[in-house]
Design a protein around this ligand. Structure first.
Ligand SMILES: [Zn+2]
Ligand SMILES: [Zn+2]
Length: 346
């Protein structure tokens, strides 16, 4: 066995307790890749996991899943990558065989969270065989690592945009001003939404929403309902996309949509959360409620295309750059909504 150098990686021992540990660089087994992280991005999922655990991710465990890197070691049998390739790997890949995969709903795969690419808050990541095979991509020349690292959240929003009718003259309201809302609003625009509204509570993020092309930004705690009504002739938006992940925001989304409209619940709430639904709205107003989660290989492919098209403002969403040592502070900034995304450069 060759001698391995040590590398640093964060372990989340339990919510709130991050530890930067030094351990040998992982050795890739058959079909696996080991990549050196060039840049990792903070994500709402990491913040939730750090603060309270997560419905799908294991704690204790590694953290960080949005990254770009360079292949450093390849396991036996790897033919599609070589050392030196710039790559981006998704945190998951579907099994391809379960009942959901066979129906094309790979985002619901029974085995999705069994073996993940995690640990992007570190110097090296191990990419499991099924992800190296099916959900790892070479970064095209001309695409900076920082942009490529957006592939995962972008794929989520591309999948979300498939779930609701946002084309034509439709008015779409986003509730929330975090990175997912700011990405999704841009995807909605590119998918031909007639008008994009966004309601949030943080002045800097709302300014960013304007900068990335949102038509009407609605700020402050008071008056969302009134302003939305004013902007939609008293009818409400055709589609409301909830991007906060709190029960009160889910309920607000239902209250704002127009008759016959669609509501997409895109922000995952804390485990065990419940919401109260106005039955009158659902029944007499024929509102459709949908959940949206994760992405499929097809949404990843289309997210790549969208990114290569160059019409997305991705870098402006990176409000801070920090070192690996500063990760706890980065997650705190995210928790306080002072950062949209932080680029962590090991
Ligand atoms: Zn993410
Ligand atoms: Zn499956």
């Amino acid at each position: 066995m060759s001698e391995r150098k040590n590398a640093r990686v964060y372990h989340l021992d339990r919510p709130g307790e991050l530890r930067l540990v030094e351990s040998p660089i992982p050795e890739p087994a058959d079909g696996e890749l080991v990549a050196r992280v060039s840049v990792a991005l903070t994500c709402g999922t990491d913040v939730k996991t750090y603060r309270r655990g997560h419905a799908r991710l294991k704690v204790p465990g590694l953290l960080g899943h949005e990254f770009a890197g360079v292949v450093e070691h390849i396991g036996p049998g790897v033919r599609n990558f070589t050392a030196g390739d710039r790559i981006v790997a998704m945190p998951t890949a579907p099994c391809g065989d379960c009942v959901y995969c066979l129906r094309g709903a790979e985002n619901l795969c029974l085995h999705l969270f069994e073996d993940m690419t995690l640990g992007a808050y570190g110097e090296y990541v191990l990419i499991p065989r099924h992800i190296a095979n099916r959900n790892t991509y070479r970064i095209p020349d001309g695409t900076p690592d920082l942009q490529a690292a957006f592939l995962e959240p972008l794929a989520c929003t591309v999948h979300g945009a498939d779930l609701v009718d946002i084309g034509g003259d439709r008015t779409v309201l986003f509730i929330g001003d975090g990175p997912i809302a700011l990405l999704f609003a841009q995807v909605a625009r590119l998918r031909g939404a007639g008008r994009v509204l966004l309601a949030g509570r943080h002045a800097e993020r709302l300014a960013l929403a304007r900068q990335v092309g949102v038509d009407h930004v609605i700020g402050g705690d008071a008056g969302t309902a009134g302003t939305v009504a004013e902007l939609t002739d008293g009818l409400g938006p055709d589609v409301v996309v909830e991007c906060v992940g709190r029960p009160d925001a889910w309920e607000e989304a239902v209250s704002l949509v127009r008759r016959g409209g669609e509501v997409l619940m895109f922000g995952g709430c804390e485990r065990g959360s419940t919401v109260a639904l106005d039955t009158e709205r659902l029944h007499y107003d024929e509102i459709t409620l949908k959940g949206g989660f994760h992405f499929t290989p097809d949404s990843v492919r289309r997210a790549w295309e969208l990114m290569q098209g160059g019409a997305l403002a991705l870098e402006p969403l990176v409000t801070h750059r920090m070192s690996l040592d500063e990760l706890p502070q980065a997650l705190e900034l995210m928790s306080r909504r002072e950062a949209v995304k932080v680029a962590i450069v090991p």
